[in-house]
Design a protein around this ligand. Structure first.
Ligand code: SF4
Length: 244
């Protein structure tokens, strides 16, 4: 149901669309959306596809994603018409990790988990962002109290000082659900199974009502350890945080 254009959702929607269209005009073709097919990312994919049909999206296939994530990726690709640029970890690094340390080394220690995230996520992200002038993320303040100072536009010192755009920073869960319903955007069925945040299959589980939305990510670690380097600059500036 469409709302009053002066209600809080409509104001946020207008601001997000303006931020996206301005950024895409300013940086095209060297601007990319990083998608993990979270609720935030499918909303952003829908929005950018309505601004430019040739908008660029990349995703990282860590090799450990849920089947539901792949199914969601294909549905969103079909509905939006966007081409998804997939990045994979370097095969020799994954082979070395798994041959030396087994398939679940990330459960052994924080360092071991960071090693896996570095190989499967951070290194491919660096390649995906190489040569870009800007990237778009689905980061939101509501995901973590340490994101209170998150800005619509930031300089990402962790990635060659490129511009980082966070157009959903003020959105809450209801805003996301409303946009998805009104625009019939496909989303991962894991959200219907109690998941509130989605990452790699062995490192994510459903949460209980009342738990922090990210309690299902690396649940065996303490809350302040839950980052893996995708948003390193934010981590350095604000202290322990979380990645998408
Ligand atoms: Fe490895 Fe888990 Fe990090 Fe995925 S989330 S890269 S499986 S440690």
């Amino acid at each position: 149901m469409a709302g009053n254009k002066n209600d809080s959702y409509s104001i946020k929607l207008d601001k997000t669309r303006l931020t996206l269209s301005s950024a895409m005009d300013a940086f095209h073709p060297d601007i990319v959306l990083a998608s993990s097919f979270s609720l935030e990312d499918v909303v952003l994919m829908d929005m950018i596809s309505k601004i430019r049909t040739d908008a660029r999206v990349f995703a990282i296939d860590t090799g450990r994603l849920n089947e539901e994530t792949y199914q969601c990726a294909e549905l969103v690709r079909a509905v939006t018409g966007l081409k998804i640029e997939w990045y994979f970890p370097k095969f020799e690094d994954v082979e070395g990790l798994e041959n030396d340390k087994g398939l679940f080394s990330f459960r052994n220690s924080l360092d071991a988990r960071h090693e896996c995230c570095q190989i499967r996520k951070v290194e491919p992200l660096s390649r995906a962002l190489k040569g870009q002038k800007a990237w778009i993320t689905g980061l939101r303040k509501a995901q973590n109290v340490t994101r209170e100072d998150l800005a619509y536009v930031e300089i990402d010192h962790a990635h060659q000082g490129i511009t980082k755009i966070n157009p959903l920073l003020d959105w809450d869960d209801r805003d996301l659900k409303r946009y998805i319903e009104e625009n019939k955007v496909p989303y991962s069925t894991l959200y219907d199974k109690g998941y509130t945040s989605i990452g790699c299959a062995p490192c994510t589980k459903a949460t209980e009502p009342g738990e922090h939305p990210r309690a299902g990510r690396w649940w065996w670690e303490s809350a302040e350890q839950k980052e893996c380097g995708l948003h390193v600059d934010f981590f350095i500036q604000k202290g322990p945080s979380e990645e998408q």
